[in-house]
Design a protein around this ligand. Structure first.
Ligand code: GDP
Ligand code: IMO
Ligand code: MG
Length: 424
C-alpha cells in the first residue's frame, strides 16, 4: 500500500477539508503532516458545517483512524476547544485520534511573538493568522522547541527555558508580556491532551502500510505558501508541498502513491504578498461575494482573481501531481467570460516561469474562454456539464498535463462529481 497525498496548489483554502472528507471512505487512515491551527478546513454535510484546524478531516466518515503527524505544530488550547466542540456534537475522538510525540507545541509566548514580529515589520507584515506558527517552527529548527512527547518527560525544564527565552525577545521588542491567564488555561489544556494516545507516528504509519492499510495524507495551506517554494517571505513556515508529507509523517518517497492537487476554478489569497492575477475591481468583488471568500479562521476578506496557470503549473511540477481536483466551479456560473492567465510579462519579457522576485510589476497574459452561464450547483454527474464548462476543463487539463478527476459544485459533501479516471 502507498500513501496518497492531498494538497493545495494555490494560496490555501482550496477546499481540502471538503475533499478529504469525501475521499475518507476509501481509506483506513487519514493523517495531517504539517501546519497547525493556521489552517481552517470546512466540511458541510447533513445541513451541518464544521471547521477543523488541527484535527484531520477524516473524522466524520466510518470511524477511521486519524493521526496528527510529527510535522504539525499543536496548540493544546485550540486543540481542546476543537476536540470538545466535536465531542459535544457527538464526535468523540479519544479512541481514534492519535497524536505524534514528535509534533511541536505552540506555547502562549509563541502567539505573542507572532504578533510582536508582525508589528515590528510594519507595512511589510506577512499578515499571519497570529496563531504562533512561525515562532513555533523557528524553535523547532533552532532546536529549542518543546514537543508533545515532552509532556511525558521533563516538560517543566524545557518549557521554562523556552518561555524565558521568549520573554527576553519580547522585552527587546518592547512588547508587553503578561501571559499568566493564558498560561494557566494552556497548562490545563496540556493535561487534556494526555487523554489521547501519544504515539511514535512514524512507526504507526509504516506499520499500517505493512499491514496493507491505505492512508490519505492531508495537507494544509497551499504550495504557493510553502516555506521553500512559495512567494517568500509571504509564506507560512512549513513545507506544504508533497515532500513535506515524507518528513511530516516519516514515510519514504517510494511510498507515495497518488498526489491529489486541489485548486479553485479561480484563485484567492488571504494576507499580504504577490498575487499576479488579483482583481481589485467589481469582478473581484463579485467572486468574493458569490464564493463567500472570508477566512474560516480569521474571518479576513480573501483577495480574489482569475486562475493563474503559471503558478499552477509550477505547483503541479513541484508536487508531481497525478490527479487534479477543481473546486468552486459554481462560483463562476454567472460569468459571461472566464479568463485564465497563461503567462506573465516580467521586465517587458513574456515568461511562463514563476519569478524569483514576484512583485506587483508582473503583468498577467490572459486567454479568454466563454462562460457556461448555467447553474451547476445541482449537477451530480459529468454528463450534465455544459459544453463551455467541458471546454474549460479540457483547456486546463491540456495546459497542466494532468486529468481533472473531481469537480466540486458547492460546499456540501453531496455537491461533488467524480469523473472518469476516479471510477476505474
Ligand atoms: P481548505 O482550507 O482548503 O479546507 O478550504 P476552506 O474550508 O478554508 O475554504 C473553502 C471554502 O469553500 C469553504 O467555505 C467551503 O465550504 C467552500 N467550498 C468548498 N467547495 C466548494 C464549492 O465547490 N463551491 C462553493 N461555492 N463553495 C465551496
Ligand atoms: P488552509 O489550510 C490560507 C497564510 C496567512 C499568511 C501566511 C502566513 O485553511 O488552506 P501563518 O499564520 O501560517 O504564519 O501565516 O499564510 N495562511 C493561510 N492562507 N489558508 C490557510 O490554511 C493558511 N494558513 C496560513 O494568511 O498570509
Ligand atoms: Mg482554509
Amino acid at each position: 500500500m502507498k500513501v496518497d497525498v492531498l494538497l493545495g496548489l494555490q494560496w490555501g483554502d482550496e477546499g481540502k477539508g471538503k475533499i478529504v472528507d469525501v475521499l475518507t471512505p476509501r481509506y483506513d487512515v487519514v493523517a495531517r503532516f504539517q501546519g497547525g491551527p493556521n489552517a481552517g478546513h470546512t466540511l458541510e454535510f447533513d445541513g451541518k458545517k464544521y471547521i477543523l484546524r488541527s484535527i484531520p478531516s477524516g473524522i466524520f466518515q466510518g470511524g477511521k483512524i486519524n493521526i496528527i503527524g510529527n510535522g504539525v505544530v499543536l496548540d493544546p488550547l485550540l486543540f481542546r476547544e476543537e476536540a470538545e466542540s466535536l465531542a459535544k456534537a457527538g464526535h468523540d475522538l479519544t479512541d481514534r485520534l492519535f497524536i505524534s510525540k514528535k509534533a511541536h507545541l505552540i506555547l502562549p509566548t509563541h502567539r505573542l511573538l507572532d504578533t510582536a514580529y508582525e508589528a515590528a515589520k510594519g507595512t511589510g507584515k506577512i499578515g499571519t493568522t497570529g496563531k504562533g506558527i512561525g515562532p513555533a517552527y523557528t524553535d523547532k529548527v533552532s532546536r529549542n522547541g518543546v514537543r508533545v512527547g515532552d509532556i511525558l518527560h521533563g516538560f517543566e525544564t524545557k518549557y521554562k527555558a523556552a518561555k524565558a527565552r521568549h520573554e527576553t525577545i519580547l522585552k527587546s521588542l518592547n512588547y508587553p508580556c503578561d501571559i499568566s491567564r493564558q498560561e494557566a488555561e494552556w497548562l490545563e489544556a496540556l493535561e487534556y491532551l494526555k487523554r489521547f494516545t501519544l504515539i511514535d507516528s512514524e512507526y504507526t504509519v509504516n506499520a499500517c502500510l505493512k499491514e496493507g492499510k491505505s492512508i490519505l495524507a492531508e495537507g494544509a495551506q497551499g504550495t504557493m505558501l510553502d516555506i521553500d517554494f512559495g512567494s517568500y517571505p509571504f509564506v507560512t513556515s512549513s513545507n506544504t508541498v508533497c515532500a513535506g508529507c515524507c518528513t511530516g509523517l516519516g514515510i519514504s518517497p517510494r511510498n507515495i502513491g497518488e498526489v491529489y492537487g486541489i485548486f479553485k476554478a479561480y484563485c484567492t489569497r488571504v494576507g499580504s504578498g504577490p498575487f499576479p492575477t488579483e482583481l481589485t475591481d467589481e469582478t473581484g468583488e463579485t467572486m468574493c461575494d458569490i464564493g463567500h471568500e472570508f477566512g474560516s479562521v480569521t474571518g479576513r476578506k480573501r483577495r480574489t482573481g482569475w486562475i493563474d496557470l503559471v503558478a499552477l503549473k509550477y505547483a503541479v511540477m513541484i508536487n508531481g501531481v497525478s490527479r487534479l481536483i477543481m473546486m468552486k466551479s459554481d462560483v463562476l456560473d454567472g460569468f459571461e467570460t472566464i479568463k485564465a492567465c497563461v503567462a506573465y510579462v516580467v521586465d517587458g519579457k513574456e515568461t511562463d516561469a514563476f519569478p524569483y522576485e514576484a512583485d506587483d510589476s508582473i503583468e498577467p497574459v490572459y486567454v479568454e474562454l466563454p462562460g457556461w452561464q448555467t447553474n451547476m450547483s445541482e449537477m451530480r454527474s459529468e454528463d450534465e456539464f455544459p459544453e463551455e464548462f467541458n471546454a474549460y476543463l479540457t483547456f486546463l487539463e491540456e495546459e497542466l498535463g494532468v486529468p481533472v478527476t473531481i469537480v466540486s459544485v458547492g460546499p456540501d459533501r453531496e455537491q461533488t462529481i467524480i469523473r472518469y479516471t476516479e471510477e476505474e
